[in-house]
Design a protein around this ligand. Structure first.
Ligand code: NAG
Ligand code: CA
Length: 359
């Protein structure tokens, strides 16, 4: 119990201020003090986390400036596809032009069990409100470099997708866009672009991420089946919670990537950096013994589609209904008591009268 509470607390505090994450500095996760407190709380359980290297930047899975030149290895680890261009300042997946698709894919499969990806991105363009699109997708998938209809990448993918969807294709939606959502797929699901992936999303949040005058960041953390997405869009150097779900199962050995697409509407979709950090997390021997590359992407809970239907009253449904049920129950009980009392009174009176007659 205490351990679980401490772990939750640790998790909560692990975020907080977003460190610049420069190589050599602690990037993601808890600062040293948090780590120390965590250690005090959990004692020997976390013995392995004491090495002072709880988080490591993994250069082979990261894309960092300078992208090219002497001493830079970043672009050696990534493949570019479609409309993607590289400048000294950013990597542009699509320009602000119609019908473009671009992607970048890490060469090397990632075999980390627990990781955190920080993405520094910029979505901007000339389009006014809701006349821009379509957004960026971040990927951790089995296949790489396959163009397709899902933000420039293939549908029916295996793995994890995080969509930074800037355009509401579903005109009936009450949602405010841009909207960030996550989807886990074992190849069986198709992303419905016309519904902004509503039927297949696991969770999401509205995020004002477009045409900002300051740097914008997104972080994805995957550890022990918990998937967390955080944003830093307000220039406060602070992570804000967007998505936090558990029960997510992803294998190791998949590829990181990012893609973007434009249609009739467009935007510049830029990636400035992608930094992958290893999280040092202990796993039980049972967990260690299974072959993590064989795990089928899945989620323990899956909302039924009807939960995703826009229903402004949905939030209140459980409240008043249970209230009514309780009320009806009390009413029945009350009626029961009244009936009993009346019957009892009548019987009593009859008996009294009978008794009187006998006297
Ligand atoms: C893939 O996922 C679907 C539901 O999302 C499930 O019905 C199906 O059994 C899964 N397939 C495999 C091979 O796990
Ligand atoms: Ca959309």
């Amino acid at each position: 119990m205490a351990a679980a509470a401490a772990a939750g607390w640790f998790w909560l505090w692990g975020w907080g201020r977003r460190c610049p994450g420069r190589p050599g500095l602690p990037g993601p996760g808890p600062g040293p003090i948090t780590r120390l407190l965590f250690l005090l709380l959990l004692g020997p359980v976390t013995a392995d986390i004491t090495d002072g290297n709880s988080e490591h930047l993994k250069r082979e899975h990261s894309l960092i400036k300078p992208y090219q030149g002497v001493g830079s290895s970043s672009t050696l680890f990534w493949d570019f596809q479609g409309s993607t261009i590289l400048t000294s300042q950013y990597l542009r997946l699509t320009p602000d032009e119609r019908s473009k698709e671009g992607s970048i894919w890490n060469h090397l499969p990632c075999f980390l069990k627990d990781w955190e990806m920080h993405v520094h991105f910029k979505v901007h363009g000339a389009g006014k409100k809701n006349l821009h699109g379509d957004g960026i997708a971040l990927w951790y998938t089995r296949d790489r470099m396959v163009p397709g209809p899902v933000f420039g990448s293939k549908d029916n993918f295996h793995g994890l997708a995080i969509f930074l969807d800037t355009y509401p294709n579903d005109e009936t939606t009450e949602r405010v866009f841009p909207y960030i959502s996550v989807m886990v797929n074992n190849g069986s699901l198709s992303y419905d672009h016309s519904k902004d992936g509503r039927w297949t999303e696991l969770a999401g949040c509205t995020a004002d991420l477009r045409n900002r005058n300051h740097d914008t960041f997104l972080a994805v953390r995957y550890s022990r089946g918990r998937l967390t997405v955080m944003t830093d869009l307000e220039d406060k150097n602070e992570w804000k919670n967007c998505i936090d779900i558990t029960g997510v199962r992803l294998p190791t050995g998949y590829y990181f990537g990012a893609s973007a697409g434009t249609g009739d509407l467009s935007d510049n979709h830029d990636i400035i950096s992608m930094k992958l950090f290893q999280l040092m997390v202990e796993h039980t021997p049972d967990e260690e013994n299974i072959d993590w590359t064989k795990i089928e992407p899945s989620v323990n809970f899956l909302k039924s589609p009807k939960d995703n239907v826009d229903d402004p009253t949905g939030n209140f449904r459980s409240g008043p209904l249970t209230g009514w049920r309780v009320f009806l129950l009390l009413l029945c009980a009350l009626l029961g008591i009244i009936v009993c009392a009346v019957v009892g009174a009548v019987v009593f009176q009859k008996r009294q009268e009978r008794n009187k007659r006998f006297y």
